[in-house]
Structure formats: structure tokens, C-alpha cells
Ligand binder design. Structure first.
Ligand code: HXC
Length: 510
């Protein structure tokens, strides 16, 4: 009996050794942790339960029958994060470069299926060389099985991808279909085809970092939702993110104890909006002062900074914040901002997370760049996402809400449940200068007349009261009371039920 038990321990030890000490050391030298070290950090201490550590590939081509390593390049299982169940797979770069074989894919698929049965999030840690070249089509088939499950699980359980090393070829499409992608700076990159293929096909010479490093995907492509300095910081932040997310689309948002009084007034907000309407201010100050304990998990912080998106809590319950940022391009909505906010709104709606929207938007960005780039379609995504949302929508207009952007930003007309405005709000078709130049064109050149017309327009339209008179705004509130007014609105909306007509699916302007 003792012998049998020892044999188990021996086999476990062999599996845990992955690709061997030399490769583990090489991994560490590059500033990367191993797959198992990463899972240990991600999960609550001692909670990780591993599956399939004895699985080996079945390939016999190119001498592969002579090299089989238990686990086959991916560590899979489940554990808890602050007590809540999470499924995970972590590519093990020390085993065949973490490349995906048929057996490796089956391990991931098992986790995906199990997570769907248990209705709990899946988090994938990527650090791999793509398809197992020696396996050919069997590896491609394996990817397809993973992709299909990513799609079936979308909107049912949260799916998070963390890129912690190479991520190329077949490995990029699974992350692309998950809800969030995070990267580690300097050690990770992500592209469909690498620098060598790029050089052959297009003659461009680029490094892996220039082609798909964290800087590229957090600022240019918007593929990644955030990046961190190292594995440890990244995994700790993933734990923080998971604390905000519901386990699935029916579980409701998690509720954590909060010691931050919702009745507390924040007097400094009364002077947040400057007297000069063209002067910027930082909308994040409002987000931080409304969220419990100022705890805000921002997404896509470095991409389309003219809109701010992320998770916070109000009275201990998760909300999604969407806010125009007057500090960047005056908070205008452009292609990138519309895409960013639309995707976030759809995530929140899919998972029952109420959305709090802060509006200070001068409109959509004019120009050929934007129009040729299909601003109409991208702006429509945001309009579509808000219009379709059935979760509680609480909106506060702090200053400008001009033109179509007024409608788009969770206005009453497209489904806003509770819409407030600060006394500094200006809700109109456009700003005074543009409006007067159009409707009083004949007076242009007569500075006195134009000044009088502008004043008349400002007095009549650049306030929250025209909208409030029509009931488009439910109340004009004191800025200092924003947290408590929003909290009360959310509490009132807790049981909100709204059914859309049955259909196969909508036709979002992709
Ligand atoms: C099998 C692989 C592998 C792969 C790496 N290895 N990638 N084995 N299949 N795809 C092995 C190496 O042979 C090596 O084994 C070990 O992993 C580490 O790789 P190195 O090259 O020594 O490491 P490094 O210099 O850090 O380079 C990492 C790398 C490089 C950039 C990822 O390995 C690489 O370019 N790999 C190939 C990437 C690729 O073209 N993949 C196929 C994509 S096509 P030893 O035994 O020496 O340690 C694809 C199509 C799917 O994925 C499409 C589906 C839709």
C-alpha cells in the first residue's frame, strides 16, 4: 500500500516539475512566474484544486512519442478568490512552450464546461507559442473547441484573459472573445502573426513589443483593458477585479460590507465644475467621491481617455461607472470612446450590473477621420447598448449634454430610469456660439447683437431647467448630495424588471 501511495506522490512530483528545473529557471530569469506559481497567487491560499495533471499528448509525429510531459503544457483547475469559486487554466511555458495540443485543448475545454455547469467565472493565464506545431490540424481542432465554448459562455459567466508571456496565432482569439484582457508590461505580447511573418509579407520591420506589447494594446488597439508591471501585481489586481464581478448572469452583483456612509455630503463637489464652461475638470474626482471608499477599478485607463469606464461599489454593491472626461478632448465622443463605453455597457447589462453615468459631453467629434472611420456606426453601438440595457440606469448630467450625445448618454428617452442634473448642467442641441451663428446668421458682424443673442440663448437653454420642465430630468440636485441621491435611486431600482420582446438576437451595428 505504501508503495502505491508513494507512486502517486512520485507522479505528482513529476507533473509539478513541468518542463524541468532549467526551464523553470529560464522562466524566472525573464521575470515570469511559472503556471503553478501564478495560480497559487491568484487563488486563496491552498484553495487550488488541480484537474488532469497526468494528461499527456498522444502525438507520435516528429519524435513526439519520446517526449511526453504530464500536464501537457497547461495547468487547469478551480479554487476560490476571497471565498468565491473561480475556474482557471494557466499555460505552462516550460512544457513545449505552452503550445496547444489536442490533449491540452481538452483540458481547457473541461474547465470551460465545468465552469458553465457551476456558473462561475473562468480566468485564463496565457504564456505560450500557439498551436503545437507537431500536431497540425489536431491542434487547430482543439482551438476551435475552445473558441466555440468562449462564445457559448459569453454573457453567462465572466471570462477573463491575462497575457503573461507570448500570445500569438491561435492563442489570441480566445482572449479576444472573453470579457476582459489584461497584460504584463515588458514580458507579454499579443499578435495574430509575429514579426518574422510581418517582415516576409509586408516588409515591415518591427519588434514583438512594437507589434503587440502591452503599450500597443492598452493605448492604440484597445484590445487590452489594463496592464501591470509584473506577474504579482497583475494577479493581485485580478483578485480585486473578481471581487466586483457577479458569478454569472443570474447571480446578481456581489455584496461586500461597506463602512462608507451614503448620507455623507461631499461639499467639495459643489465647486467641481469651473465657472468658465470651457475649462476642464477631472470627472474621476466625482467617480471617486461617489464610489464606496473611493475604490474604483478603472478599465482601459490609457485608451480613449475622453470616456472613463470601470467598476465601483455603492452601498457595498457593484456598479459600472461610465463618465465623459472633460480633461481629454473636452469629453467628446469619438470612435474609440464610443466603442469603449459600448462594450462596457453591454458587459454590465449582460451581468446585471447597474450603470451610473456622469455626463459632460459637447457632442460627437467632427472630421473626415471620424466620418471615414464609421463614427456613425461606432456611435450607434453606444446608443444601441444603452437603449438595450435593462439594468438600473442612473444618470447625472454635470455640465454639457449637447446634441445626439445627450440622447446617447443614458438619457430618459432611451431608458434612463433616474436622470438627475446639477445646477451647472447645460442641456441643448449645441453650445451658444454655434447655435447663434446658425439661427441668427444675418446678425453676424454685429458684435453687439450677437452678444445679446448669445446671452438670450444661454439664459434660455444652457441650464437644466428646460429639460426639467419637460420631465426629462427628474430633479436638479446639489452636487454635494450626488452620492446619496444615486445610492437611493439604485436602492429603489433594485427590483427593476424589464423584458424586451423575444427575438433570436439583436443586430447591433458591429
Ligand atoms: C511546439 C513549441 C512551440 C509550438 C514553442 N515551442 N512554440 N513547440 N509548438 N508552437 C517550444 C520550443 O520548441 C522550445 O522547446 C520551447 O517551446 C521554448 O521555445 P523557444 O523558441 O526556445 O522560446 P523563445 O525563444 O522564448 O520564443 C518563444 C516563441 C517561439 C516566440 C513563442 O517559441 C515561437 O515563435 N514559437 C512558435 C510560434 C508559432 O508560430 N506558433 C504557431 C502559431 S500558428 P525546447 O524543447 O527547446 O524548450 C497558430 C495557428 C492556430 O497558432 C490558428 C487557430 C485559429
Amino acid at each position: 500500500m505504501k508503495h502505491i501511495l508513494e507512486k502517486l506522490e512520485e507522479r505528482r512530483a513529476r507533473a509539478r516539475a513541468g518542463g524541468g528545473q532549467a526551464r523553470i529557471e529560464a522562466q524566472h530569469k525573464r521575470g515570469k512566474l511559472t503556471a503553478r506559481e501564478r495560480l497559487e497567487l491568484l487563488m486563496d491560499k491552498g484553495s487550488f484544486e488541480e484537474f488532469d495533471m497526468f494528461v499527456e499528448h498522444r502525438s507520435a509525429d516528429f519524435g513526439m512519442e519520446k517526449s511526453r510531459i504530464p500536464g501537457d503544457g497547461v495547468v487547469t483547475g478551480w479554487g476560490t478568490v476571497n471565498g468565491r469559486t473561480v475556474f482557471a487554466f494557466a499555460k505552462d511555458f516550460t512544457v513545449f512552450g505552452g503550445s496547444l495540443s489536442e490533449a491540452h485543448a481538452q483540458k481547457i475545454v473541461k474547465i470551460q464546461d465545468m465552469a458553465m455547469k457551476a456558473r462561475a467565472p473562468v480566468i485564463g493565464l496565457f504564456d505560450a507559442g500557439g498551436a503545437r506545431i507537431q500536431e497540425g490540424v489536431a491542434a487547430l481542432g482543439g482551438y476551435g473547441e475552445v473558441f466555440k465554448r468562449n462564445v457559448i459562455a459569453s454573457g453567462v459567466i465572466p471570462q477573463i484573459s491575462v497575457i503573461m508571456g507570448p500570445c500569438a496565432g491561435g492563442d489570441v482569439y480566445s482572449p479576444a472573445m472573453t470579457d476582459f484582457v489584461f497584460m504584463v508590461r515588458e514580458t507579454s505580447y499579443m499578435f495574430v502573426t509575429g514579426p518574422d511573418v510581418v517582415k516576409t509579407v509586408t516588409n515591415e520591420v518591427v519588434t514583438a513589443e512594437e507589434l503587440g506589447g502591452a503599450a500597443v494594446h492598452t493605448t492604440k488597439s484597445g484590445i487590452a483593458d489594463g496592464s501591470y508591471d509584473n506577474d504579482v501585481e497583475c494577479l493581485l489586481q485580478m483578485r480585486r477585479l473578481l471581487d466586483f464581478l457577479p458569478a454569472n448572469n443570474e447571480a446578481g452583483v456581489p455584496e461586500w460590507p461597506s463602512h462608507d456612509d451614503i448620507e455623507q455630503e461631499e461639499k467639495s463637489l459643489d465647486t467641481l465644475v469651473p465657472d468658465n464652461p470651457n475649462k476642464p475638470y477631472d470627472i474621476k474626482e466625482l467617480v471617486l467621491k461617489v464610489a464606496d471608499e473611493g475604490d474604483f477599478f478603472e478599465l482601459q485607463e490609457a485608451f480613449a481617455k475622453n470616456v472613463v469606464t470601470g467598476f465601483g461599489r455603492i452601498a457595498g454593491r457593484t456598479v459600472g461607472f461610465v463618465a465623459n472626461q472633460p480633461m481629454v478632448l473636452a469629453g467628446v465622443l469619438d470612435i474609440d470612446a464610443s466603442r469603449k463605453a459600448a462594450r462596457f455597457v453591454r458587459f454590465c447589462d449582460a451581468f446585471g450590473i447597474p450603470i451610473v453615468t456622469f455626463v459632460d459631453v459637447p457632442g460627437f467629434l467632427p472630421g473626415t477621420n471620424q466620418e471615414y472611420g464609421a463614427l456613425i456606426a461606432h456611435g450607434a453601438k453606444l446608443l444601441f447598448a444603452y437603449s438595450q440595457a435593462t439594468v438600473p440606469l442612473v444618470t447625472v448630467i454635470t455640465r454639457k449634454a449637447f446634441g445626439g450625445a445627450y440622447d446617447v448618454m443614458a438619457s430618459k428617452h432611451i431608458g434612463g430610469d433616474v436622470n438627475y442634473a446639477w445646477p451647472t448642467a447645460q442641456i441643448a442641441v449645441m453650445g451658444a456660439k454655434g447655435a447663434v451663428e446658425i439661427i441668427f446668421r444675418a446678425d453676424i458682424g454685429d458684435t453687439k447683437k450677437i452678444a445679446a443673442r448669445t446671452k438670450e440663448y444661454e439664459d434660455r437653454f444652457l441650464s437644466p431647467f428646460v429639460a426639467a420642465e419637460r420631465g426629462y430630468i427628474d430633479d436638479v440636485i446639489m452636487p454635494r448630495s450626488t452620492r446619496s441621491r444615486v445610492a437611493k435611486a439604485l436602492a429603489m431600482l433594485r427590483g427593476k424588471r424589464l423584458e424586451l420582446p423575444p427575438r433570436k438576437h439583436d443586430n447591433l451595428p458591429l
